[in-house]
Design a protein around this ligand. Structure first.
Ligand SMILES: NC(=O)c1ccc[n+]([C@@H]2O[C@H](COP(=O)([O-])OP(=O)(O)OC[C@H]3O[C@@H](n4cnc5c(N)ncnc54)[C@H](OP(=O)(O)O)[C@@H]3O)[C@@H](O)[C@H]2O)c1
Length: 335
């Protein structure tokens, strides 16, 4: 049985734990900066669960082999690095790293420790519907482009408007629309169409320079993929992938409910639907398969394939930020 521990005590960690418990994983430890919040968080689950407020002590614990990490974005790199060096497998929330410098350092550690597994928790990529979209794209006689979208008003935007700076709207914490919701679309674009030959990001920046929403244009040799994402508005537009006379339609690569196909007359038929309630279950099942056979060459290769995609996503996100003159303090930290 996989024993795991968590960093971060917000709702996403709870959702991950519930998915992990569904596949039989045992939560044995919780880290929080405050003892009271660690205890309050741990009390929601059936124990015994140890609580920690010191990261070194937490990572030195022999009670678990896997750490799930859902802290603010800019902390992902250092905490992942520390966890790997302590001999733990790491599942880190998206975006795994703030920039390619950090990502290279993680890869270096992984090369020195081939026994360790490291996963970016790009939950949508693991959903069956994500792969079904990929298959449906392959069936198109031609691809003429795509418009992928995910815009949702953030529960933290009211606080930002009131003069505060929540982590997700902060440069210091490597936040912003691209890092938070855009990453889902970047994943989809690379997984479905490959790495673009050029990329340009046009953000709407907020008062502190962070991107609240924006549009990215990815140029491929024969078509364009437009990404539209944001955290300051709600959008109800669908995402579309254009064939010749057929169009694939889905809500969003990040919210995979249903894949539909419209024919040249505009008749729409449903191709596939998502059935699971917990959107993190598919990724946990995938991680479970690999972590249960850590020495298997097939498992290792699968992790390497996902890692190669995560590296490309990290590279393209950085390229997009550079095109928009959007830099983070984290970009200067390890140069
Ligand atoms: N896959 C998904 O569907 C999904 C959905 C939402 C979020 N996420 C990802 O999950 C991660 C966390 O997002 P979130 O919205 O939960 O972030 P958050 O609320 O800003 O922070 C998450 C946790 O980190 C700790 N924390 C907060 N501020 C901190 C600080 N200044 N220094 C150190 N630790 C701090 C807190 O835990 P303690 O107070 O207990 O230390 C908090 O519970 C992000 O990377 C995000 O992209 C993924």
């Amino acid at each position: 049985m996989i024993k795991f521990a968590t960093i971060g005590t917000h709702w996403i960690t709870k959702q991950f734990i519930e998915a992990a418990q569904q596949v039989g994983w045992q939560l044995t430890a919780v880290y929080s900066r405050q003892q009271a919040s660690a205890q309050k968080f741990a009390d929601q689950f059936i124990g015994p669960i140890k609580t920690f407020t010191e990261l070194d002590e937490f990572l030195a614990s022999q009670d678990f082999s896997v750490v799930y990490l859902a802290s603010p974005n800019s902390l992902h790199f250092e905490q992942s690095q520390q966890a790997l060096l302590a001999g733990k497998h790491v599942i880190v929330e998206k975006p795994a790293c703030s920039n390619p410098t950090e990502m290279k350092q993680i890869i270096k550690i992984l090369r020195q420790h081939p026994e360790l597994y490291y996963f970016e928790a790009a939950r949508h990529f693991h959903e069956p519907l994500f792969q079904q979209v990929k298959q449906a794209i392959k069936q198109l006689s031609v691809i003429q482009g795509a418009h992928l979208t995910y815009e949702k008003y953030s529960s933290r935007y009211d606080a930002f408007l009131a003069g505060q700076e929540p982590n997700i709207f902060s440069l210091e914490f490597s936040g912003g629309a691209l890092q938070d919701l855009g990453v889902y679309l970047v994943y989809a674009a690379i997984a479905w169409f490959g790495y673009p030959q050029s990329a340009d990001y046009r953000p709407q920046k907020l008062r502190n320079g962070i991107d609240g929403r924006g549009i990215a244009i990815l140029e491929y040799p024969r078509f364009q993929v437009i990404l539209k994402f944001g955290k300051t508005t709600n959008s109800y537009l669908a995402s579309e992938i254009y064939g010749l006379k057929q169009t694939l339609i889905l809500d969003s690569p990040a919210k995979l409910n249903e894949l539909k196909m419209a024919d040249e007359q505009g008749n729409v038929q449903s191709l596939a639907r998502t059935t699971t309630e917990n959107p993190m279950l598919a990724e946990v099942k995938d991680f479970d398969q690999l972590l249960n056979k850590p020495a298997s060459l097939i498992a290792k290769q699968k992790m390497e394939d996902w890692l190669a995609l995560a590296v490309q996503v990290n590279q393209l996100m950085y390229q997009l930020r550079q095109s928009a003159e959007l830099s983070f303090p984290a970009d200067e930290k390890y140069i």
